[in-house]
Design a protein around this ligand. Sequence first.
Ligand SMILES: [Zn+2]
Ligand SMILES: [Zn+2]
Length: 230
Amino acid sequence: MHAAVVCWGIGEAWKVEEIQVEPPKASEVRVKMLYASLCHTDILISKGHPIPLFPRVLGHEGVGVVESIGEEGGDIKEGDMVIPTFVSECQECENCVSGKTNMCLKYPLSFTGLMPDGTSRMSAKGQKLHHVFSCSTWSEYMVVNVNYLVKLPPTMITSGSFPLPHASFLSCGFSTGFGAPWKEAKLEKGSTVAVIGLGAVGLGVCIYLAYMFFLLGQLVLLASYLINIL
Ligand SMILES: [Zn+2]
Ligand SMILES: [Zn+2]
């Protein structure tokens, strides 16, 4: 039995529960979670958006170490440090090779809250538990399809240049912000930029700007608004 944060229904208080996490099947990996962080989407999901699937183990940002692997685990090994991702890349489908989007057709964003085979590896009090997209990081252990994991380079960890608690934000917030000006807005040198909100997403935008264009001095508006959409 392992502890996890469970939401049992729309708008219900989150509860720490003892849950069962089954061993991984083929193409799956069981991960011992080390760090996790909170994204606003976790709050939305506990309120039933976009699809009310309950009971549900929350959390979709995190860092963990691979504890066990199914027989088709690919190049993931026991002891690897990994972060979950929600859209994978087969690198072969029409979208993956387009260079315009990474919305992979083979490994898309999952809205079922279940493993790709339609089942769950988590249960509590006799009930099947749902994921947030492809994973549930607010759990001592989680099972993820191997295609929805990114392995962290060991040298970055051993060198100390990549603190694992900070790596948790790579799962969603930071990457969302970093990718927005790069892949969506397609900013060019000299672009005028307004960053609204300086959470993990907004800071990801700023770091992209600083890293790619050294533009921080040219930002004409850098404002943080608390956007309350609850
Ligand atoms: Zn693909
Ligand atoms: Zn998120």
